[in-house]
Design a protein around this ligand. Structure first.
Ligand code: HEM
Length: 475
């Protein structure tokens, strides 16, 4: 019936699974190819789920600006419900008074520029440790796995901001990756068109058992840290971390909060911060370094800018980073070509039309940010990594320019934008100031692998770890 009423065009489907077989391992790429045949607004069926895919600047603007309020829910799945403590978080909570209030509190308490700047000592210490560990490899000419080091860095920063303590031991990132994989995939019961068959399939596949195990592990960890914070013997920290702030709000239940904050709410917010904050920043650091390693002229230009500005201070500060326009262009260009979250997930609330196509309530919509960043109408030589393209351009990633949407736009725009960018820029400035970088084993620039992987998660990352040889720079 929908089809008769001007529903967006769709590739041919096969019974039961619909278009599922056309998604492939990298859905953002398959969807981009399909959009070239079926247009910038197309629909797909994944079993019984209908999705509309948006793939152009104009249609993204129409959705995220003109119809933002009508399309600012998130799709809800069984796994999301579980991990978000029944939608008590920010990222998956429906667009309700609760979401507005909890987002407002978090913006004020953790994500505002003032708060982000107050975390500078944490970033300085963690980046200091990151550089120290790379220097150990540099002193013996060893290869460094920058993918591994970057994730350790962002985990360290977020751990200290959220939990107030240093990250110890391993296994935490693996836990978050497991959460991501469960969130990024559908259970059979959600898309299987015949009732109960999907449930039986999920039960036999072990998905439900895995979901329970991973949730219990995450929940146990969060509860343990909350209990540590409640212990009367805990020394007063120099700076309150996110748990301290939320516990204080929950204890007093006064301004700035008009919603009741329980331990469940705190854990739901922690879930968001770890899910949204760890991988996104480390993925960006890795892609930026991979692009520069592939293009030594650009790497040299970036190093000259930093080294000329910093001179022989032997230390880059966050204040220095503000004076490095080329470095900032590198970060923008990296986010254009490699947005860590390539598809923005939304769900419609009420009926509206774009280009005469009907968007019915409760329809899943995804904006293909990856495809938009490569649209040749807006980007000259779109596949080329050219930071200089931003020299004469006012385009930025703050949600006003629909050709560049790595942080999304509208009401749901990433609240961690400032926090993410500060960490990425500061880490990159240090990597480029302290070392010259060589490809290992005589590898040529053109041989560096740039393949993507999504591993069923919500983010895409460089498939093979980035391994480079650091050579210590002496100013
Ligand atoms: C380079 C770093 C980052 C990138 C590229 C990024 C990207 C995104 C994107 C694309 C969205 C969806 C926006 C939309 O639907 O319009 C999002 C949402 C979100 N991000 Fe980020 N993010 C980054 C860093 C962070 C950090 C460091 C945090 C927190 C510590 C964070 C917390 C969140 C939260 C809570 C949401 C959900 C907002 C909502 O639904 O209201 N992000 N992010």
């Amino acid at each position: 019936n929908k089809r008769k009423c001007n529903f967006p065009p769709s590739p041919p489907k096969i019974p039961i699974i619909g278009n599922l077989h056309q998604l492939g391992k990298l859905p953002h790429k398959s969807l981009w190819r399909l959009s070239q045949l079926y247009g910038p607004i197309m629909s797909l069926s994944l079993g019984r789920i209908e999705i509309i895919i948006i793939s152009s600047v104009e249609t993204a603007r129409a959705l995220l600006k003109n119809h933002d309020l009508q399309s600012c829910n998130r799709p809800q799945t069984h796994a999301i419900k579980k991990f978000s403590y029944n939608f008590l978080d920010i990222a998956f909570s429906p667009c309700s008074d609760y979401w507005r209030e909890i987002r407002k509190i978090c913006m004020l308490e953790f994500f505002s520029m003032k708060r982000v700047l107050s975390y500078e000592p944490i970033r300085e210490q963690e980046v200091g440790l990151f550089i120290e560990s790379i220097s150990q490899s540099a002193s013996c000419g060893a290869v460094v796995d920058l993918s591994e080091k970057s994730i350790a860095l962002t985990t360290g920063v977020i751990f200290r901001i959220a939990f107030g303590k240093q990250f110890e031991g391993d296994g935490f990132h693996e836990l978050i990756s497991e959460v991501e994989a469960l969130l990024g995939s559908y259970s059979a019961s959600e898309f299987f068109p015949v009732p109960f068959v999907g449930e039986v399939f999920d039960w036999f596949s072990g998905r439900e058992t895995r979901l329970e195990r991973v949730f219990n592990e995450m929940n146990g960890l969060f509860q343990e840290v909350i209990d540590e914070h409640l212990c009367p013997q805990r020394p007063k920290p120099e700076q309150d971390d996110i748990i301290d702030v939320l516990l204080a709000i929950s204890k007093n239940q006064v301004e700035p909060c008009s919603v009741v904050i329980t331990h469940e709410n705190i854990k739901a917010i922690l879930f968001d911060i770890f899910l949204a904050g760890l991988d996104t920043s480390s993925i960006t650091i890795v892609w930026a370094m991979a692009e520069l390693a592939k293009n030594s002229k650009l790497m040299k230009k970036a190093q000259e800018e930093i080294r000329n500005y910093v001179g022989n201070k032997r230390k880059v500060t966050e204040k220095d980073v503000e004076e490095l326009p080329y470095l900032k262009m590198i970060v923008k260009e990296t986010l254009r070509l490699h947005p860590p979250a390539p598809l923005l997930p939304r769900e419609t609330i009420s009926h509206f039309k774009i280009e005469d196509y009907n968007f019915y309530p409760k329809t899943m919509v995804q904006v293909n940010v990856w495809a938009i960043g490569r649209d040749p109408t807006y980007w000259k030589d779109p596949e080329e990594f050219l930071p200089e393209r931003f020299a004469e351009s006012s385009i930025d990633y703050k949600g006003q320019h629909f050709e560049l949407l790595p942080f999304g736009a509208g009401r749901r725009i990433c609240p961690g934008l400032n926090m993410g960018v500060k960490t990425v820029e500061f880490a990159l400035a240090n990597l480029l100031y302290h070392y010259d970088w060589k490809l290992p084993n005589g590898m040529k620039e053109e041989d560096l692998d740039m393949e993507e992987n999504s591993g069923l998660s919500l983010t895409i990352y460089k498939k093979l770890p980035l391994k480079l040889v650091p050579i210590l720079y002496h100013p």
